[in-house]
Design a protein around this ligand. Structure first.
Ligand code: C2E
Ligand code: SIN
Ligand code: SIN
Ligand code: FE
Ligand code: FE
Length: 409
């Protein structure tokens, strides 16, 4: 009987479809939870945990244990705070240091010549009995160690603890590589959002939240419609829409560099004040000048480009020496030279500005907003983006209703 081959094929194909699912997850806690669950399902394991790299150590970050914690019940163990150094004295540290997968059949029967030892303190404290352990370093495709995943107590059909199978040992590292990439992305997203929220809090706590949610969501939906009309392949479409949703939220992050006097001025800006205000595009882009991901690149494009216009000079245009005090705004950037993400956010942002109250203007009725956008199609806005926007106008209204201002207009 060819049981082994069936097992192999199942595990490989399950991992492949899981990788696809991972691509759609953006929040690090969701990602850790899904990874542990999948790893445990594939290996029939009772428990598991993930340690993430933090300041040169491994920090305990996530745990599952079917025996000790019942499904979904909040447990203090989830928030246990301890660190393990990256050295050969512990199992987790050894796997991280050597970047090798380590399969242990019985934690209490380790061959004494091993450099690492099993630490029984968790078992003792919790009344648990660890037997088999599969420990896998989480290393990205570009060889960066993100953390370590540990899966504990594989079970046989009768629920007895058994060693991890050779299939598990062979296939879980494939899952782990992809997990590492997703985790890295999730951490980055969390940092971005934290950065943004801190800034938002510092400045304008009443308005920012709902505005950024709306602009992010409008932009993602406009893109979806735009891309569908062009037959963009599903995976790329979904991924770009997801990135755009986050990146568009940060379009005005550079406003933190603008003084309260200008930012909150109740009334029209003078020409000089408006010239200062224009720098919010450059200030925002500076946060992303050294992109480490596609998401960073998109944040850069959007911060810098969301006030450019399709067929008329917008701002800032070509910026020379973007990081220096000598930075100057320059030659206009027009048409398709403006990144698509920025062309989409330009429309989403103006739609939102016109339909909302500002310290300097009342909200406009919807018909007037749409009239303005149609009028500016082909001059301020990319007509293909306006077309996609108008096609999903009902969706836009639903988003607007979903993310209302917390304070009354
Ligand atoms: P914002 O309030 O988020 O507005 C974003 C964009 O929406 C504006 O970019 C502009 O293209 C459009 N928009 C907003 N209100 C109107 C309007 O009444 N009519 C038309 N046709 N378009 C409108 P813009 O002009 O580059 O401004 C960028 C940012 O500068 C604004 O972001 C706002 O924070 C600030 N700002 C611009 N003008 C004024 C002003 O007169 N007073 C104050 N206090 N702030 C202003
Ligand atoms: C499997 O599902 O083939 C793995 C079983 C085990 O690791 O114990
Ligand atoms: C503004 O943001 O108020 C300037 C846009 C305009 O009225 O043309
Ligand atoms: Fe802006
Ligand atoms: Fe804005």
């Amino acid at each position: 009987m060819n049981h082994d081959i069936v097992e192999h094929r199942n595990m490989a194909s399950e991992i492949l479809s899981f990788i696809e699912e991972l691509n759609h997850l953006q929040h690090v806690d969701t990602i850790l939870d899904r990874i542990l669950l999948k790893a445990r399902q594939l290996t029939h394991a009772d428990a598991g945990s993930i340690f993430l790299m933090e300041d040169g150590d491994l920090r305990f970050s996530y745990v599952h244990n079917d025996t000790l914690y019942k499904a979904d019940a909040p447990t203090a163990a989830t928030y246990a705070d301890f660190r393990v150094p990256i050295d050969e004295s512990s199992i987790v540290g050894f796997a991280a240091k050597t970047r090798r997968t380590l399969a242990i059949d019985d934690a209490y029967a380790l061959v004494p010549d091993r450099p690492y030892q099993f630490n029984p303190s968790y078992d003792e404290k919790m009344g648990y009995r660890t037997t088999s352990i599969l420990t896998i370093p989480l290393v990205t495709m570009s060889d960066k160690l993100v953390g370590v995943m540990q899966i504990i107590n594989a079970k046989d059909d009768r629920g007895q603890s058994v060693p991890f199978s050779s299939e598990s040992q062979a296939y879980l590292p494939l899952l782990a590589n992809n997990a590492a990439v997703a985790i890295e992305r999730g951490i980055m997203n969390r940092e971005l959002v934290l950065r943004m929220m801190k800034m938002a809090e510092l400045r304008d706590p009443t308005e920012t939240g709902a505005h950024v949610q709306r602009v992010g969501t409008y932009s993602a939906e406009i893109y979806r419609r735009w891309a569908m009309s062009r037959g963009v392949e599903h995976k790329e479409l979904a991924r770009t829409a997801d990135h755009l949703r986050l990146a568009a939220m940060l379009h005005d992050v550079g406003k933190v560099g603008i003084s309260d006097f200008i930012l909150k001025k109740p009334g029209r800006l003078t020409d000089e004040e408006f010239s200062t205000m224009k720098w919010h595009t450059v200030f925002g882009a500076r946060l992303f000048v050294n992109p480490t991901s596609v998401l960073d690149e998109m944040c850069y494009d959007i911060s810098l480009g969301h006030h450019e216009k399709w067929a008329a000079p917008g701002y800032p245009g070509q910026v020379k020496n973007i990081l220096s005090d000598e930075a100057r705004m320059g030659e206009p950037i027009l048409g398709e030279a403006i990144p698509l993400s920025a062309r989409i956010v330009a429309l989403a942002d103006v739609y939102d500005a016109l339909s909302s109250r500002r310290s300097y203007k009342d909200p406009w009725p919807e018909e007037r907003v749409l009239g303005e956008i149609r009028k500016d199609s082909g001059t301020h806005f990319d007509p293909s983006v306006v077309e996609a926007f108008l096609q999903i106008h009902e969706v836009i209204l639903a988003i607007r209703a979903r993310y209302r201002e917390a304070v009354k207009d």
